[in-house]
Structures are given as C-alpha cells and as structure tokens.
Design a protein around this ligand. Structure first.
Ligand code: AOF
Ligand code: ZN
Length: 334
C-alpha cells in the first residue's frame, strides 16, 4: 500500500479533480506490475497496472493493492470494479472507500458479490491524507481551502498605503515552494483590493503543473478589469451585481454572497481546492468563519515599524521549516 501511495503521488499535478490512485499487483510475494492514474481523463490506476502485467502470469494467482476503492460506474473511463471481477485475483487490498457518491461502497460490494477475498482500510489515514482535497469536495460539497500569506517577523503582512504593499519574502517567493503550492490547487483566490493594489499575475512560474483557475472576490465589482490578471486565461469574478462572460473573465453573481456559497459554487464547477492568497480582510474572514483546511505562513526576518497586521490563526503550527532567511509555518485547524 505504501508503494501504491508513492505511485499515486506521481500524478499529483495532473489528476485533479480526480483522486491520486496507485495500484500494485503482487504474485508470490513479488511485485509483478504497477500503475497509477496519470492524468485527469486518462485510464485509472488498475487499468494501467493490469496493462503492465505480463501474459505469462495468471491474474487468478495475484493480489491487487489499490489505495482507493475501484470505481463502479462509466465516467470518462469504464468501471474498474468490473475489471477486477473479470481478472478475478485471489485477493484485493483497498486503502479506503471512494467518497464519490457514484461509487461510495458499490465498487467493494460488486467485488465481494463475486466471492473475491477483499480487505479494506489498509493505511487508511495515509490514503485519506493523500486525497484530502478530493475527499473534502465530495463529502462536504465545499472546496478545500489553503490559506497562504507572508508576514514580517513582527506580524505585518502589508504596508499601510501605496501599491505593491504585500510583504515580500524574497527567499521563499523565488524558490519553487509558492509556485508548487499554486500548481497543487485548482484555483487561486484574491480580493478586489489585492488586484487593484498589487496587480498580481497569479501564474505558476517556478514549478511544473498547470495554472490554477484565478478567482477574484469583488462583491461590488470594484476590481479593475484592465489589470494584468484579466489579460490572459479566464478569471472567475464572484460578485453581487451581474452575471456575464467575456474572453478573459466570467462575472458570477451570487444572490447570497458568502464565502460558504463561493466554495460550494467552485465544487459545482469541478474545482476541488483553492489557495487563498489575500488580502488580510479575506484571509481573516476565512479564519473567522472557520472555512479553512490548512494555513501556510511565510515568516521573514524583516521587521517593520507599522503596517497592516497579518491575521492570527489562533493555534500553534504543527510543522516549521527554514528556507534561507525565512521560516515556513504550517497550521491545521483543531
Ligand atoms: C479508480 N481508480 O485510478 C481513479 C478513480 O471520469 P472517470 O472515469 O475518470 O472517473 C472519475 C472518478 O473515478 C473519480 O471521481 C473517482 O470517484 C474515481 N477515481 N477510481 O478506481 C482510479 N482515479
Ligand atoms: Zn476506476
């Protein structure tokens, strides 16, 4: 199962909104074939693993390991549970059930019906951790939220006035961490004030992976639609005034404009995860409404005399790491 998780992780930047899944086929205690879900829309892990199994090996004598329950419906690909039933391995070992309501136990049920020996719940916590964004979206119909900001050693995240007010954490901004974080989320969200003051591009530059969907919260449509952000790739602009679409932005009017409804609307668009990059008011609102799943704070060595205070997550970090002169702190709600 550990190997399944390793294989699954290879799909990290390509599978969303699908889960990361790895599959290992064992014959006489030796791994004889492996496969993983490589990209969204592509074949599932089980299919790739069986395609890699040599014809000389009888699948009836094999054990199949997979970190997620085999699917049981025709989506972009045929059901993996039927593949398992057809290959009839002597045992299948599954990490966790699939929270997708189109599966939700029916894959396991189908396999058990045919008398194949099945074990469920191996390394379950690790399996859940790997696919936490997929699980959150399917279980709660709300996007997985990661908060991210940079702050000075004395807790300021922005200057009081002027443009480009954000605290720049040069050691970390320039390495891959921030960009990997962006590539790891399906969307990246900022408020109208951040757009107007910082004019960010919100692209992935120093990491592999595709660019996340850009999302702007602009209840009164105050975000300047001529900013850099709106010059390429479509941006979703949640607001209270108007729904319309143009080449580079889609205005989405929400009658009940709330963070909760925005996270729900993102999932309805197949966007399972969102990185919140500011500004301070929006970050504080996600914390206040307890709508966050993790927070990553980049703490610099700079000390400012004044400025806009960074929000406070209210708990201690569970992990810290050093990047040059910066400290990266990781938080999860209790
Ligand atoms: C598996 N193995 O490797 C993956 C599974 O549209 P489709 O056909 O790609 O189906 C996507 C759904 O299938 C996804 O939401 C999840 O429930 C399941 N993913 N299942 O047996 C895999 N990636
Ligand atoms: Zn499948």
């Amino acid at each position: 199962m550990k190997r399944c998780l390793e294989l699954a992780k290879k799909g990290e930047y390509q599978t969303a909104p699908n889960p990361m899944v790895g599959c290992v086929i064992v014959h006489k205690e030796h791994i004889v074939a492996e496969g993983y879900h490589e990209k969204y829309g592509g074949p599932h892990a089980e299919v790739n693993a069986f395609n890699n199994l040599s014809d000389d090996i009888n699948s009836n004598d094999c054990e199949v390991y997979v970190n997620l329950e085999p699917c049981s419906f025709f989506g972009k690909t045929p059901p993996c549970a039927e593949l398992i039933v057809a290959k009839k391995p002597k045992r299948i070992i599954i990490g966790m059930l699939d929270p997708n309501k189109k599966v939700a136990g029916s894959g396991v049920k189908r396999i058990l019906e045919t008398g194949i020996n099945l074990k469920l719940g191996v390394l379950e916590e690790e399996c859940q951790e790997l696919n936490k964004k997929f699980i959150k979206a399917h279980t709660h119909k709300s996007a997985y939220v990661t908060l991210k900001w940079a702050e000075t050693i004395n807790g300021y995240m922005a200057r009081n006035t002027g443009s480009n007010q954000s605290a720049k954490i040069s050691d970390t901004e320039n390495n891959g961490l921030v960009h990997r974080l962006r590539a790891n989320h399906q969307a990246i969200l900022v408020g109208a004030n951040t757009v107007n003051r910082d004019n960010p591009s919100l692209d992935v530059r120093h990491a592999e992976g595709s660019n996340p969907v850009k999302v702007v919260l602009s209840p009164n449509l105050s975000a300047d639609l001529t900013s850099t952000l709106f010059k390429k790739r479509k941006t979703l602009v949640y607001n209270q005034k108007e729904s319309s679409s143009s080449e580079f932005y889609e205005l989405i009017k929400l009658d009940d404009f709330s963070l909760k409804n925005i996270l729900k609307d993102l999932v309805s668009r197949n966007i399972h995860s969102v990185l919140i990059e500011g500004g301070p008011t929006i970050l504080a609102a996600f914390i206040e409404e307890q709508l966050w799943d993790e927070a990553i704070i980049l703490k610099s060595n700079d000390s400012w005399e004044d400025g806009i205070k960074a929000p406070w997550v209210g708990i201690k970090s569970y992990k810290e790491q050093t990047e040059g002169n910066d400290t990266i702190k990781y938080f999860k709600p209790l």
